[in-house]
Each structure stands twice: as structure tokens, then as C-alpha cells.
Design a binder for this molecule. Structure first.
Ligand code: FMN
Length: 344
């Protein structure tokens, strides 16, 4: 199954949820967008959807320039994530809520398996999310266990005692890393399903980080204040992310936020970034802004729902092939050579 087939299948399976447009840009006229008036978000953004749109626009505003007169070399895209070698610095980010948000054509476990296995086959790492439907069966951890630990689990900022238990379970599943999406703190579906979520203090985060030997990821950082606070917790990875525009309306796009946070974080923690990434050219831009790893969300949802693990592998290959092309065209032989000089 190639990526076009997977997207075609996703168009049928996600009817009414996602139009599988040629570009997923979050424009107000897209069927996923618009104020939901109490209904589930689907694949859209929160409120008027402006943060979702801003993510894509911030990347589009950045223009690249070609640099072609130099000795040709095959781009070196391999990277190491806490000792685990990946073929390219692109991950499938953490996502959950297949029934409530993604059209419900497959089960949560099938989705998580597609992400974890599909990424593993492609030579990279899949992340799995946590939501109101995942506490009981832990589909993400099951998928990670089945892949001999080759995956990362991100949990919602649940009650401290629940989180401490879940983090231990992630370790037992052999996960590569574990973390919390701090921007899940305002989730209404979680509260309605009796699974409260909270903001977390530095002390609480320190306790979570210290409770495990796994590298700890804080996902959902978009301000200088949070970036500085994150450094006090002992976390190993900061994921600069606004949840694809699903948690707070009227935010800046991630490509606008990243340059503000990189000076605070660079060299102290691993920087991951997501939000609006649709192609390998977008990946190159995020790397040039200072991200060490770039993650994509909605593109992998369509690939997984339409094509399962094969679809996810095809999506990862698509993104990495375009990254290779972007590196050749901008004169970058290695990942460390990708910097702001690629911009026009
Ligand atoms: C349907 C959907 C469900 C999501 N569920 C989660 C989740 O459970 N945990 C999490 O950390 N992030 C979740 N996210 C946010 C993604 O991890 C990521 O930040 C975002 O999708 C990136 O933007 P993009 O979709 O434009 O690539 C979800 C996003 C979508 C679209």
C-alpha cells in the first residue's frame, strides 16, 4: 500500500471527520474546523481554530533558498535518541482518541499498533498518546510491549498518584522514554469522563522525573516561562508544541515560538517540535529553527487510519525523502549543517 492508497482509504473511513485535503492547512472552510459548541473537536482546532491555522502559516511564511554549488554528498540524516539510532529525525507524535476524534473506523489498539510498528519498520520511533478512553486497557503500552519496547508513551497530566503508577508501567513495557503532555491540563473530555487533569508544579514534575530512569519528556511548552521552569525539573526532552492548536485558541504558530525558546533550551535538553508539519520541507525548517527532532501528527493519523502500519511507514518514508531532497537543495550534508542560513 502506498501513501496515496492510504489517504484514499482514509477519505472513506474518516468521512465527515477529515476531508483528507491536498494540504491540511486548517483553513476555516475545512470540514474539521469551526467552533464546535460543545461537540468533540474531531481533527480540528479549539475555538475558532486560529492556533491550528497559525501553525501551518508560520511554517509557510518561512522561505528557503537553494545552495547548489558545492561538492555533492549523500545527506546524512541518521540521529540518536538516547542511544537509539533512527534513520532520520522525524517521529510520529503522541495521539489518542480514535473513537471520539478520528472517525472511529479502527480501535485505539489498532491505531497505536499502526503508529508503533509503522515507525519501527521505517527506522524511526512512534509516540502514543493517552486520553479518556485509554486508561483501562493501556493500548499504547500494549503496542510498545509488542514492539519490544520500541516506542514512547506520553500520558495526560493526571492525578500524581495515577501518573506515578503509569510511568512505572511504561518502564515495565520497556519504553524508550515517557512523558506528559502538560497542555492536556484543560481537557474537557477527560474531566467529563471522571479522569481529572491538572497543571503541574515544578515540584510535582520533579517527582515524576525522579520516579523513573527513563528519559522524561515535557510536551506542550510554548512560553519562555515554561521553558525555563522545565529546565528545573530534570526532564531530558522538551517538546515545543501547542497540541496542533487543540488546547488554546489564538496562540502563535510553533515556527514562530521555536526561535524564542531555543536560546533557553539548546544544549540543556533535547528539543522536539510539532505543529503544522506536512512535508519534509517543513521538517527542514523546524530543524533550521533549532529543533533536534521534528514530529508530525495529523499526517500520520490519515496514514494510520487508511493504511495501518504500512500507511505509517509510507508517511515516514515520504517525509524523510523530502527532507533528503531539501537537504540536497539547501546545501546541507549533515543535520548539524541545517541552520538559519537555509532561509531566504
Ligand atoms: C486527533 C488528535 C489527537 C491528539 N491526541 C493527543 C494525545 O493524546 N496526547 C498528546 O500529547 N497530543 C495529542 N495530540 C497533539 C499531537 O501530539 C500534536 O501535538 C499535534 O497533532 C501536532 O500538530 P499537527 O497535527 O498539525 O502535526 C492530538 C492531536 C490530534 C490531531
Amino acid at each position: 500500500m502506498d501513501l496515496s492508497d492510504a489517504r484514499e482509504k482514509a477519505r472513506e473511513r474518516m468521512k465527515g471527520t477529515c476531508g483528507v485535503y491536498k494540504v491540511c492547512d486548517g483553513n476555516p472552510d475545512r470540514l474539521c474546523q469551526g467552533i464546535k459548541y460543545g461537540k468533540a473537536l474531531g481533527l480540528g482546532g479549539i475555538g475558532k481554530g486560529t492556533t491550528f491555522t497559525a501553525n501551518v502559516q508560520a511554517l509557510d511564511r518561512l522561505r528557503l533558498k537553494s545552495r547548489l554549488i558545492s561538492l555533492h554528498k549523500e545527506p546524512e540524516m541518521k540521529a540518536s535518541f538516547f542511544g537509539h539510532e533512527v534513520a532520520f529525525p522525524i517521529f510520529c507524535t503522541s495521539m489518542s482518541g480514535v473513537q471520539i476524534s478520528m472517525g472511529g473506523a479502527i480501535s485505539e489498539l489498532e491505531f497505536d499498533r499502526a503508529v508503533i510498528r509503522g515507525c519501527k519498520t521505517a527506522g524511526t520511533i512512534g509516540f502514543v498518546g493517552d486520553g479518556a478512553e485509554t486508561l483501562e486497557d493501556r493500548p499504547g503500552l500494549q503496542a510498545i510491549r509488542e514492539a519490544d519496547g520500541w516506542g514512547v508513551q506520553i500520558f495526560k497530566p493526571r492525578e500524581q498518584s495515577v501518573l506515578l503508577r503509569l510511568i512505572q508501567e511504561a518502564r515495565a513495557a520497556g519504553a524508550i522514554a515517557v512523558g506528559v503532555d502538560l497542555d492536556g491540563a484543560g481537557s474537557v473530555p477527560m474531566a467529563l469522563k471522571g479522569q481529572p487533569v491538572f497543571r503541574k508544579s515544578v515540584e510535582e514534575l520533579k517527582e515524576l522525573v525522579a520516579s523513573t530512569s527513563l528519559p522524561f519528556i515535557l510536551k506542550g511548552i510554548t512560553s519562555e516561562e515554561d521553558a525555563a521552569a522545565a529546565l528545573q525539573t530534570g526532564c531530558k526532552v522538551v517538546a515545543v508544541s501547542n497540541h496542533g492548536g487543540r488546547t488554546l485558541d489564538s496562540m502563535l504558530g510553533i515556527a514562530d515560538v521555536l526561535p524564542r525558546l531555543v536560546p533557553i533550551l539548546k544544549g540543556k535538553v533535547v528539543i522536539a517540535a510539532d505543529g503544522g508539519v506536512r512535508t519534509g520541507f517543513d521538517v527542514l525548517k523546524m530543524l533550521a529553527l533549532g529543533a533536534d527532532f521534528v514530529m508530525a501528527g495529523r499526517e500520520f493519523i490519515r496514514a494510520a487510519i487508511g493504511g495501518g502500519a504500512e500507511g505509517v511507514t509510507a508517511e515516514a518514508a515520504f517525509l524523510s525523502q523530502d527532507l533528503r531532497k531539501a537537504m540536497i537543495m539547501t546545501g546541507c550534508n549533515t543535520l548539524s549543517e541545517i541552520n538559519e542560513e537555509v532561509f531566504a
